[in-house]
Design a protein. Structure first.
Length: 253
């Protein structure tokens, strides 16, 4: 059974005269890691907003573990481009937010779960700090830990590293892969960075045209675990260049 499936999904923004998502069908398997690439403004983030229920499809169905997403609650975790940590709440209080919303946990239990999540992402002892006291990479780790505490097996990460400097970004890519291999969540990751997509993905999902009528699945010829040295392999260099050409030209690879 697929962790996520789009069945002939269409969506049109108010005021537009065309469907940005037009009869889209795709599916991803549980425990997989896919990056979605495409030109800016082509509708990649719309796919996430439809998946997490912020938008409702004009037509079609979205299934999570075989059940319509519209009939479920707390079925996915969503991490946008900015960390969106509330500056007046401590890091620990920020992490506890999804637990507060979901209910069923005492304050002491929320604190304990937040502390465990911080330790898991390498931020043990940071719970009483304010977000402004953390570096960019630390803030993104905290935001990822908060997403994990949503309790969902499906994680939607929308360009989470785009604002980071180059060295912090590659460090976070390696860290994220280690987290994925440890927890085996299903991850969909939007990026404009083709090299990032090749490094992280089991297969890349490419939106070659606007509106998005299909996502072309392109397997990455490299296993896990990975190191950045694999990016120098001829087959991965060739794949990166094919993806760049596709995104420039709006054609299938």
């Amino acid at each position: 059974m697929s962790a996520l499936a789009f069945e002939n999904v269409s969506y049109q923004y108010p005021g537009e005269n065309f469907d940005i998502i037009d009869g889209l069908c795709f599916q991803v398997e549980a425990g997989s890691f896919h990056c979605i690439v495409g030109a800016s403004g082509c509708g990649k983030s719309t796919i996430f907003r439809l998946t997490n229920g912020l938008l409702r499809p004009k037509a079609g169905r979205i299934l999570v573990n075989g059940t319509p997403a519209a009939e479920q609650r707390h079925y996915c975790g969503y991490m946008p481009q900015r960390d969106l940590l509330f500056p007046w709440r401590t890091v620990g209080e920020n992490l506890a937010l999804p637990l507060e919303i979901r209910g069923g946990c005492s304050r002491a239990e929320r604190r304990e779960l937040a502390e465990a999540a911080l330790e898991d992402v390498g931020l043990a002892g940071f719970g009483n700090k304010l977000p402004g006291e953390l570096s960019g990479g630390q803030r993104q780790r905290a935001a990822f830990a908060r997403t994990m505490l949503a309790g969902s097996d499906l994680l939607l990460l929308d360009e989470p590293f785009s604002a980071l400097d180059f060295l912090t970004r590659i460090s976070m890519q390696e860290w994220l892969l280690a987290q994925w291999e440890k927890h085996k969540k299903t991850i969909l990751f939007i990026t404009h960075d083709v090299e990032e997509a090749v490094f992280l993905s089991g297969s890349v999902l490419a939106a070659a045209q606007t509106p998005i009528r299909a996502l072309t699945e392109i397997p990455v010829p490299a296993g896990y675990p990975r190191t950045r040295s694999c990016l120098a392999r001829p087959e991965l260099v060739e794949l990166r260049e094919e993806l760049i050409a596709m995104l420039r030209g709006g054609t299938e690879p």
